[in-house]
Design a protein around this ligand. Structure first.
Ligand code: DGY
Length: 322
């Protein structure tokens, strides 16, 4: 029997790619993002697509006439780049890779908390530019996080892992806001206190860390009004999706001392970064590194591959989202 034809829009880590190549007829199109016309042609040529968050699969693409694609195995957890409604309407199954990147993303949230609170990027830039002229008692003073309140926006897997790591490593108190309050046992497990509104959480937090999905429901949750409710010493961390933050409002708040600092791993228009953020010493800017460990990216690839296996064996998907 012929192996199913699979299109990968990006190269995967070696072990995951080797697994796919052993089981499928794989075409790899690594390079610039695929254009709409290439993706439409791919819909007619392949049995399955394996996109990533940089491939926008909209209704026009997903409703391609005479499509051969029956399955989309997304390499990644976030799926706002795929029109799930259109996929469902076209009878295309879609999976993602949720649990695989929890720990790695929580690590980046902690990294950003430390980099912002201890002004690490700014200090290193100073050193590399030859401006460091020796130790001084008042130089590059940051703030300690011990005993401070870490407010989590959203309380899913990544938020919970961030809570656990931050509590153990930094000694912070955990508060959270999400649409639904977690069960009492879950709150007890993470020592987390529910705060019933985002505004209240923002006002109480020393560090506000975002862990909501992207999409219309969460667009610009963090805006000028919310930033104004925060403490002037507060730090905001975003490892979730760029669309959750109004970057122009955030840049203005950082510039005018409305809040103290921001640690960002995701952006509204990736890979473009808002120009006002680029010039700010109190913004730590990472290039979407959340899941970027060899272990995690391998697990993400294997998880996507196992979803394909299930689909082509006629079994239930591990992580069906459509
Ligand atoms: C995802 O999988 O959606 C992440 O943003 C990748 O790091």
């Amino acid at each position: 029997m012929n192996k199913p034809k699979i299109l990968l829009t990006r190269a995967w880590p070696e072990k995951a790619l080797a697994y796919l190549e052993a089981h499928y007829d794989v075409t790899l199109k690594d390079g610039a993002s695929l254009s709409k016309s290439v993706l439409i042609a791919a819909m007619q040529d392949y049995d399955a697509l394996c996109p990533t968050l940089t491939d926008k699969l909209d209704a026009d693409i997903l409703s391609t006439p005479n499509a051969r694609v029956r399955m989309i195995a997304n390499f990644g957890a976030g799926f706002e780049h795929i029109d799930l409604k259109a996929a469902k309407a076209a009878g295309i199954a879609v999976s993602n890779t949720p649990g695989a990147l929890t720990e790695a993303t929580a690590e980046i949230a902690l990294l950003l908390m430390l980099m912002t609170s201890r002004r690490a990027s700014e200090a290193e830039r100073g050193l590399r530019s030859g401006q460091w002229d020796g130790w001084k008692p008042t130089q590059f003073l940051g703030q300690s996080l011990k005993g401070k309140t870490l407010g989590l926006v959203g309380f899913g897997r990544i938020a919970q892992s961030t809570a656990q790591k931050a509590k153990a490593a930094l000694g912070v108190e955990i508060a959270y806001y999400s649409r639904r309050q977690a069960a009492a046992e879950t709150e007890a497990e993470f020592g987390a206190r529910y705060v019933p509104s985002l505004e209240q959480l923002a006002a109480e937090s020393d560090v506000l860390s975002l862990h909501t999905p992207g999409g219309p429901d969460t667009k610009h949750l963090i805006n000028a009004a919310l930033l104004k409710a925060m403490k002037p010493t507060a730090i905001i961390i975003n490892t979730a999706r760029g669309s959750v933050v109004n970057e122009a409002d955030l840049a203005a708040a950082l510039k005018n001392g409305v809040i103290a600092a921001a640690g960002l791993d995701v952006y509204e228009q990736e890979p473009k970064i808002h120009l006002d953020l680029m010039g700010l010493e109190n913004a730590v800017l990472l290039p979407h590194l959340g899941s970027a460990t060899i272990e995690t990216r391998t697990d993400m690839g294997l998880r996507a591959a196992y979803n394909l296996d299930r689909f082509f064996a006629g079994e239930d998907l591990l992580d069906r989202i459509a």
